[in-house]
Design a protein around this ligand. Structure first.
Ligand code: 7TS
Length: 414
């Protein structure tokens, strides 16, 4: 998709729904460029949750009284809305969790402990977030399975020849990040799904940075599992999603047990509720589910193709400005169709943490650290990097504030 084909966003109108963006520190207005960590929450989402608490609040699971009925319907319909948004085949394929990390753990424990053993391989990539890397590493160690990593090449892309070598008939699970939160790389997940399926393996896709920033169709990818978090897509914290193909979820044993997920319980044994409730024990995050639904409405009103075009345009602008400087190391592919809306970099003379601290003096919020990709940073030969990440409310002027901050860090340390 070329950016020219997509009508640009009315950022002034969008920003009016985010009072937090009006905040100033020591008289300087905030520039928020830490969206890959958490996006800000617009009024319609806050209002939906506030209305829920003011008017509807009750426990779900179909109590007899009016409020519980209403809360149950709202909670269930939030699943339908999310299913629709990602191309899932109904609410049965959409499990609400706490976040992407819990979605990873759910599959690793429920599926991994049951199906992995000595001789099996789990294939990850060198750019996995710790949510996937640490989880599969631990479950593999407990089951005797082995972990292999698809190489990241010098351009910041997956080495697909190496992917074809790593994924074999011994592979039981491929777990791959859709959009890297450090490199910005958009991985060919549909192609990886094909390769995995050709070898009889399942594929789990970590969509934490993808669903918030681009149209995603889990069926077109042919992902077996797909995970993301509400708080990175204009929604609330405390809610995440695990998509799973219906027949796979049906065959899976529950991960957590308790009330709300059972069909029948005797002193001897229990049977499980239908999907997706089988995987949602206890009182769930009901207001957050309502907020997530409002976030989906909000993003669809804008249009995911426009969300994508807007932040890729800002990231490309930041990338190109920084690439023009001799003392900036940039990570990940050059702006293009396989690069998302974030920029990680190092200024040669300044440690990333010092840079983030100077940026904070300029009231520009960026991230510094390993972004939960320590092995990838080891491979890049750096302990940390600075990262600016963009969302629907960011502007070119804000990128300029980032560039000014970098210039002043350069002067301070030269
Ligand atoms: N996967 C990816 C690709 C991520 O970027 C993150 C969070 C997660 C999984 C975990 O998401 P959570 O909602 O369960 O925490 N990434 C970041 C980040 O880049 N900076 O802060 C959190």
């Amino acid at each position: 998709m070329s950016h020219q084909q997509v009508e640009s966003l009315d950022t002034a109108r969008i920003r009016a729904e985010y009072p937090i963006l009006e905040r100033a520190f020591d008289g300087t207005q905030l520039v928020y460029l830490d969206n890959a960590a958490t996006t800000q929450t617009p009024d319609p989402v806050v209002d939906a949750m506030s209305d829920y608490y003011r008017q509807t609040n009750a426990n779900v699971h179909r109590g007899i009284h009016h409020l519980s009925q209403e809360a149950s319907v709202a909670y269930e319909e939030a699943h339908d809305r999310v299913a629709d948004f990602i191309g899932a085949d109904g609410r049965e394929e959409v499990v609400f969790t706490k976040n992407t990390t819990e979605s990873e753990n759910l599959v690793a424990y429920a599926w991994g402990l049951e199906h992995l053993g000595p001789g099996d391989e789990v294939v990850l990539t060198e750019m996995e977030h710790h949510a996937s890397l640490v989880t599969w590493q631990q479950i593999a160690a407990r089951t005797g399975a082995e972990v292999r990593y698809i190489r990241v090449d010098e351009t910041g892309r997956l080495d697909m020849d190496h992917a074809r070598e790593c994924i074999t008939d011994d592979t039981a699970m491929v777990s791959v990040v859709h959009v890297s939160n450090t490199l910005g790389t958009v991985n060919p997940v549909a192609e990886l799904a094909d390769i995995a399926h050709d070898h009889g393996s399942l594929i789990f896709v970590d969509g934490a940075q993808a669903v918030p920033t681009r149209p995603v169709d889990v069926a077109a990818i042919d992902a077996d599992f797909y995970a993301f978090s509400g708080h990175k897509m204009a929604g609330p914290t405390g809610i995440g999603v695990l998509y799973g193909k219906r027949h796979i979820l049906e065959a899976l044993q529950p991960y957590l047990y308790g009330g709300g997920m059972i069909e029948k319980v005797t002193f001897e044994d229990s049977t499980w509720a239908e999907l997706p409730w089988k995987f949602e024990p206890g009182t769930p995050a009901i207001a957050e589910a309502v907020g997530l639904e409002a976030a989906v409405d909000y993003l669809e009103d804008i249009g995911m193709d426009r969300v994508q075009a807007h932040e890729e345009e800002l990231a490309a602008y930041a990338y190109e400005q920084l690439a023009g400087e001799g003392d900036v190391d940039l990570y990940g592919p050059e702006p293009g169709p396989d690069r998302g809306g974030l920029v990680s970099f190092n200024l040669e003379s300044v440690h990333a943490h010092d840079l983030a601290s100077i940026m904070n003096d300029h009231v520009v919020a960026i991230r510094a650290g390993d972004h939960c990709t320590q092995p990838l940073h080891d491979k890049l030969g750096v302990a940390a990097s600075a990262r600016a990440s963009f969302y629907v409310y960011n502007t070119r002027e804000e990128v300029d504030r980032l560039l000014e901050g970098i210039e002043s860090a350069r002067e301070l340390f030269s």
